[in-house]
Each structure stands twice: as structure tokens, then as C-alpha cells.
Design a protein around this ligand. Sequence first.
Ligand code: PMV
Length: 324
Amino acid sequence: MASATAIAHPNIALIKYWGVRDDTLNLPASGSLSITLDGLETRTKVTFDNTLPADTLELDGQTANPQATARASAHLDRIRHLVGSTVPARVVSQNSFPASTGIASSASGFAALTVAAASAMGLDLSPKELSILARKGSGSASRSIFGGFAEWHKGEDDPTSFAEQIWPPDHWDLVDWIAVVDRLPKLTGSHEGHRLASTSPLQETRVASAPERLDECRSALMARDFQRLAAVVELDSHMMHAVMMTSFPPLLYWSAGSIQLMKKVAGWRAEGIDVCYTLDAGPTVHCITTAEHSSQVEALLQSDADVIELYRGVPGPPAHLVAS
Ligand code: PMV
């Protein structure tokens, strides 16, 4: 029996990944850029065991549903394939944040699964190779292999589509206050959503202009210019949601509380607070701020009637192995 345990962190995309060019390889329609978030984590133990009849997956203390188990199993196959193994695995995965909050656990989940399974299989892969592998489990997981600020290059094919760190965590002490405004279960997951992006008449424009927003985001981060960062982060989030809303069938991820909060965040910024928002495939509002303004933003969110729960993420470490 060979086993390994890994920890990985979710990430928040400042420039989003939405839409795939290649379904099987998970090649994205455009590049994306994110912050890997310390303060939230997935811890996954993988044990390859010849006595098991098939792969098993335990998620947050419960046996996972057949769909989630099949997705993890398909990912394990990619790793087993590299060494010609067919040994089944027992996977035990625990998130430090509740699944129903709308904080994507697929990025940290597939990054942790990739790192743990590769190590348990005796593979010594580079971060780039791990990123390529993680990408096939869940696109955003390619970025969670790295700490700090990571960019996923869309690439041309399998070996050229990977993420890399563009700045370490201490480049800029930004804070992501994650405001949960709705606890309704998500209707369409991102896995399915990516496949609908091309049905939106706006996706072509979004994809064509993504390199400009990536350049602007990188420059704003480089200069630690919050006003420029805020403008491009909110624009990119709006553009992704415009694509979601205009796809067929339409995907409306925002709830009333999300819209209220977006307006309030814009108002707080107009009053001089360094804060902006971005939303992934759900109603949760990620409020990005600076260390200097963090406690002010925290207090505003904590007393806000639309906010049900609040989590804090800061630029954090890469996915890594830990003692079991
Ligand atoms: O990696 P997935 O399939 O969970 O897709 C993530 C999509 C967004 O979170 C909406 C955007 C992103 O770049 O993380």
C-alpha cells in the first residue's frame, strides 16, 4: 500500500477562465490569472490499495456521490496511466470551508488530489507537469498548484496549457473577504457551464479581448495600483457573467444579495476605501481589498444585512505534501 497526503488552497480568479476549446483536454478559451488563497484549504489522502475492488472517495466525512467518485476516478486513471498501474485508490478529502458557501472546492480539490496521487504512485513531477495534470481534472486547479499570484496560459495544446507563478504571496498583501449572500444550491456547475459559453454571442468578444485585460491586470499588480486593479477585475467579472447570462440555456448565478453588495462595494470605493468585487460561478461576492483597508472592509461586511457568512483569504502557498 502506498499513500500520500497533500494540502491545496482554492484560488480567486482576477481574470476569469470561462469556456473550453477542447472538452477532453480542458484547454481554455482564454488565459486567466488568480490569487491562491491561504486561510481555506483541502486536505486529501490517497492510498493505492490492491485489496480494494474499486476507487472510493470520502468527501468531508461522507461517501461521495457516484458522479463525484467517477470524476476523481477518471483523474486517478490519468496518473495511473503514467506508470501503467491499475491499482485502485482510497481517497479521503476534507475541506476547511463548508461546501455550500459557493467557494469553489474543485480547484483545491483537484490540485490536492493530483499532488497526493502522483506522490503515492512514486512519480516525481515538476510543478509544471502537476499543473498540466491538475488542469484535466478541473481547469482552475492548474493555478492552485502554485502559490501567490498565478497565471494559466491558455496554450496551444496539452503540453503548452499550464499555470505558473507570476509573483510570490508577499508581492502584495491583498485580502479576499468572501461574502456568502445566499445558500441556495447551485443549479449548473462550472463543469457544465464551460460547455455552454460558446452559445453566448458575447463569448467571442470576451475571448478576443482577454489578452488586453490580462496585460492590464498584470500591470496593475506589478505597480500595486489598486484603482487600476479594481477597474479591470470588475470589468472581467461582469464580462464573464454577461456571457453566462446570454448563453443557452442562460445561467444566472447572481442573487439579489450579490447585486446589493456589488453596489455597496462600488460605493465604498467611491468613498476612498480600496475594495473591489469579483464573482465566480455562484452568488458569493469576493471583496478584494488591501491589508491597510482590510479591517474597515471586514467591519462593513460583518454588519451588512446581505452577508450570511464571511471568510478571509490571503495570498498563500502552493499545493504541497504533508505527513499523513
Ligand atoms: O475549474 P472550474 O471548472 O471549476 O472553473 C472555474 C470557473 C470560474 O471559477 C468561474 C473562473 C475561474 O477562472 O476560476
